[in-house]
Design a protein around this ligand. Structure first.
Ligand code: SAM
Length: 252
């Protein structure tokens, strides 16, 4: 079986498809990016309301059926290997195996809004706040760049073939970061390190990742004691940013 076949859970529930269109508030000036268009059940509804749809589909057999729409540009290939043409909305029932990398890739583009289907568990991690079990690197990295909310939980049986777990529709609205960091790449590395040992105090997680972060062990002495005695999942994004900025200055 081709690798992409396992990601083929087609959304067949007309009510859910209709609500995705409602949430998208489409008009003729919109250019919509759809990642993993399948045989076009959502594409058709998008194409009726948007000015243009760019549909990316890796399965050539499915992609060939997408040529039936006049205002749909079809790109046959792996969404992770394509540069995305200009779009202002991204509306997709995403292939779940690329949820994380495709979300980060999207957030490097400028666009107004995303209405995106994910596995429910993944969506919960995207929207989580500090002091919850779902809070972590994904929550912080996504919320750094966008407002994100779950707008609907979608049961497995809305799909043919049903996935193992429920899904959720997420609204993503990009905006400037709510707090500043000295170096975004270092901050992203820092939160990876901070959450690599969730059960430990952040002090130990940082110490065990000193080489990965490129900092000397002594750099920890510069960090505020009231924060580094706690576990990462209890520390707010702003506090983590503060730690990251101090350590960035100590980089070797
Ligand atoms: N949009 C359709 C729907 O709502 O029913 C299909 C959604 S299905 C969850 C995901 C689709 O993404 C499948 O058609 C699959 O072939 C395609 N796909 C999987 N991996 C992909 C990738 N890396 N790039 C582009 N398309 C991919």
């Amino acid at each position: 079986m081709k690798w992409y076949k396992k990601d083929q859970h087609f959304l067949i529930d007309e009510q859910v498809l209709g609500r995705i269109i409602e949430y998208s508030h489409l008009n003729s000036s919109d250019t919509v990016l759809e990642i993993g268009a399948g045989f076009g059940n959502l594409t058709e509804k998008l194409a009726r309301r948007a000015g243009k749809v760019i549909a990316i589909e890796v399965d050539p057999e499915l992609a060939s059926s997408l040529n039936r729409f006049e205002n749909v540009e079809v790109i046959v290939g792996d969404a992770m290997k394509q540069d995305f043409p200009h779009f202002n909305k991204v509306i997709s029932n995403l292939p779940y195996s690329i949820s994380s990398p495709v979300t980060f890739k999207l957030l490097d583009y400028k666009f107004d809004m995303g209405i995106l289907m994910y596995q429910h568990e993944f969506a919960k991690r995207m929207v989580a706040a500090a002091n919850s079990k779902d809070y972590g690197r994904l929550s912080i990295a996504v919320q750094y760049r966008a407002n994100v909310e779950i707008i609907e939980v979608v049961p497995r049986l809305a799909f043919s073939t049903p996935p193992q777990v429920n899904s959720a529709i997420v609204r993503l609205v990009t905006r400037p970061p709510p707090y500043e960091v000295k170096d975004v790449d270092f901050f992203m590395k820092f939160i990876t390190a901070a959450f690599s040992q969730r059960r430990k105090k952040i002090r130990n997680a940082i110490l065990n990742n000193a080489a990965f972060l490129g900092i000397p062990g002594e750099a920890l002495e510069k960090l505020p004691l009231d924060i580094i005695g706690r576990r990462a999942e209890t520390i707010s994004p702003e506090e983590l940013a503060k730690l990251s900025d101090i350590l960035f200055e100590e980089k070797i």
